[in-house]
Design a protein around this ligand. Structure first.
Ligand SMILES: NC(=O)c1ccc[n+]([C@@H]2O[C@H](COP(=O)([O-])OP(=O)(O)OC[C@H]3O[C@@H](n4cnc5c(N)ncnc54)[C@H](O)[C@@H]3O)[C@@H](O)[C@H]2O)c1
Length: 250
């Protein structure tokens, strides 16, 4: 796949760490010029700097995906680099402390919906007008979760938000199918990033035992799938939802 995104402009939200950072590096190796976005300025700048040490183009653009205005500005700024956006990865998201649904406050519920679902709607809303033009195919990849594909006790709002991301992806793909923009979702299982820090070492050991492959995934294993869906290698695929979960089936 190296070179298959030559000269493409790719935006990755939450590109400062974890799956987002590995996705930025992967898309850059595939030839894309990457707009790294994150709420964390230091980490975001670091990802962009890491890419530039390879001689490739990368820029950091700070944005809080929970702010509609930030997402709008990010899309506009990214499109200015080369007259459009070719790839958009809605990756930024938060986990949260496990709690049963009936114990949640409305504020906790709304916060998760804002950062894990409405943020993806805003990304779609503001990216799409800059995509699929002048014969350049657009590809949007939304990062959902296997938590959104079934019941996830204790992770209620996260699971509901991610189920929403899956549904948004399926609808968006149909709406954009004739507009030269593909939209797909990836659903990671447990991946070794700071989002799973809520679980201490003994809980993590239990989690690992439930994964048939016997270990957590790595961010680069998720980035590989995102890279495939972002590239023309997957040109007949839209509205699809892919699991990368080490065999765990919830
Ligand atoms: N790690 C897992 O086990 C796992 C499993 C399934 C899905 N996911 C999803 O993968 C995505 C990436 O998670 P990760 O595991 O790499 O987590 P991570 O915590 O390592 O990285 C998340 C990144 O998003 C950024 N971010 C957080 N809030 C933001 C905001 N409001 N605006 C902009 N950036 C923000 C953080 O600064 C960080 O750089 C998330 O959508 C997450 O729900 C992760």
């Amino acid at each position: 796949m190296n070179g298959s995104l030559k000269e493409a402009i790719a935006v990755v939200t939450g590109g400062g760490a974890g799956i987002g950072r590995e996705t930025c590096l992967k898309l850059s190796r595939m030839g894309a010029r990457v707009v790294v976005s994150d709420i964390d300025k230091n980490n975001g700048e670091e990802t962009a700097a890491l890419i530039r040490t390879t001689g490739a183009d990368a820029w950091f653009f700070p944005a809080d995906v929970g702010s509609e205005d930030d997402v709008k500005k990010l899309a506009k700024a990214a499109a200015e680099h080369n007259g459009g956006i070719d790839v958009w990865v809605s990756n930024a998201g938060i986990g949260g402390t496990p709690k049963k649904l009936h114990k949640l406050t409305t504020e906790e519920w709304n916060h998760m919906m804002l950062l894990d679902l409405t943020s993806v709607f805003w990304s779609h809303k503001y990216a799409v007008p800059h995509m699929g033009k002048k014969g350049r195919e657009g590809s949007i990849v939304n990062v959902a979760s296997i938590a959104g594909l079934g019941g996830s006790p204790g992770l209620g709002p996260y699971a509901v938000a991610k189920a929403g991301v899956v549904s948004l992806t399926q609808t968006a793909a149909l709406e954009m199918a004739k507009k030269n923009v593909r939209v797909n979702a990836v659903c990671p299982g447990w991946v070794q990033t700071k989002i799973i820090d809520f679980a201490g070492e003994s809980v993590q050991a239990e989690m690992r035992k439930q994964i048939p492959i016997g270990r957590f995934g790595t961010p680069s294993e998720i980035a590989s799938l995102i890279g495939f869906l972002a590239s023309p290698e997957s040109s007949f695929i839209t509205g699809s939802v892919y699991r990368a979960d080490g065999g765990i089936k919830t």
